[in-house]
Design a protein around this ligand. Structure first.
Ligand code: PEP
Length: 266
């Protein structure tokens, strides 16, 4: 059984003070949740503050939004995997569509970063997803297949266990337009099938595939109850600790402990 993983991608938001206050509230809301893996992905400048605010909490882990593929040296403005490890970072988002579109990140670049991240014991969250034009042209499977094969080239089956895939249709990111649960499930099922071809079926069954694209408290549970959707990568709705906590609760198995929405018995 795959444990759901819900990550808050803050993008270029949050000062250190805002980050500390967010963590304080989030710990109050979901500090005792152990059946969902929760990851906060702050900008580099707030990582240390988030780490400090989390204290000894083991519930919430820290991710980074990017890293460079070289180990160190004359690369002005870049951050290495070892630097992230030094800040207790466990996950790193790679190949986000904003980086692919705005900064020219290719599958080959993502692949180099995946290799270096794994070598440094960082777990990559590899983002894939089609644009609206590609969907309209019927190219969803071709695009996903190309991105997965390119980004995961030369990654061994054993190493794949440490990888999380995020399916993020570009047309659903920050637009308020969510993929329907059926559209998302169809893409996730195809991704799992392709992962099976890249590695093997047993490995593909274990890999977690998050959905990302305008996930909100009111659509999170429906999306995450699809058989191949193993969590969410959340942008906009992750900037408010209450709405992010609600999304995390939406990932919990139905039988899990009390929900905040349940009114007290008279
Ligand atoms: C994202 O950027 O990863 C994302 C899914 O953003 P949003 O939730 O705002 O669509």
């Amino acid at each position: 059984m795959r444990k759901k993983i819900v990550a808050a991608n803050w993008k270029m938001n949050m000062t250190q003070a805002e980050a500390a206050s967010f963590v304080e509230t989030l710990l109050r809301e979901i500090g005792d949740v152990s059946d969902v893996e929760v990851v906060i992905v702050p900008p580099f400048t707030a990582i240390a503050k988030v780490s400090e605010a989390l204290g000894s909490s083991e519930t919430i882990k820290i991710g980074a939004q990017n890293m460079y593929w070289e180990r160190g040296g004359a690369f002005t403005g870049e951050i290495s995997a070892a630097m992230l490890r030094d800040l207790f970072v466990r996950y790193v988002v790679l190949g986000h569509s904003e980086r692919r579109q705005l900064l020219g990140e290719t599958d080959q670049i993502v692949n180099r970063k995946v290799r270096v991240a794994l070598d440094a014991s960082l777990r990559p969250i590899v983002c894939v997803g089609e644009t609206l034009e590609q969907r309209d042209r019927g190219e969803v499977e071709r695009v996903l297949c190309q991105q997965l094969r390119g980004s995961l080239a030369e990654i061994g089956a054993k190493e794949m266990d440490d990888i999380v895939i995020a399916y993020e249709p570009v047309w659903a990111i920050g637009t308020g337009r969510t993929a329907s649960a059926e559209q998302a499930q169809e893409a996730h099922s195809f991704i799992r099938h392709t992962l099976g071809e890249i590695s093997d079926d047993a490995t593909a069954t274990k890999i977690r595939i998050q959905y990302g694209g305008s996930v909100k408290p009111d659509n999170a549970r429906t999306l995450m109850s699809q058989p191949d959707i193993d969590g969410a990568l959340v942008g906009g709705a992750s900037l408010d600790p209450h709405s992010f906590a609600e999304i995390v609760r939406g990932a919990r198995p139905r039988s899990s402990g009390p929900r905040r929405a349940v009114a007290a018995e008279p």
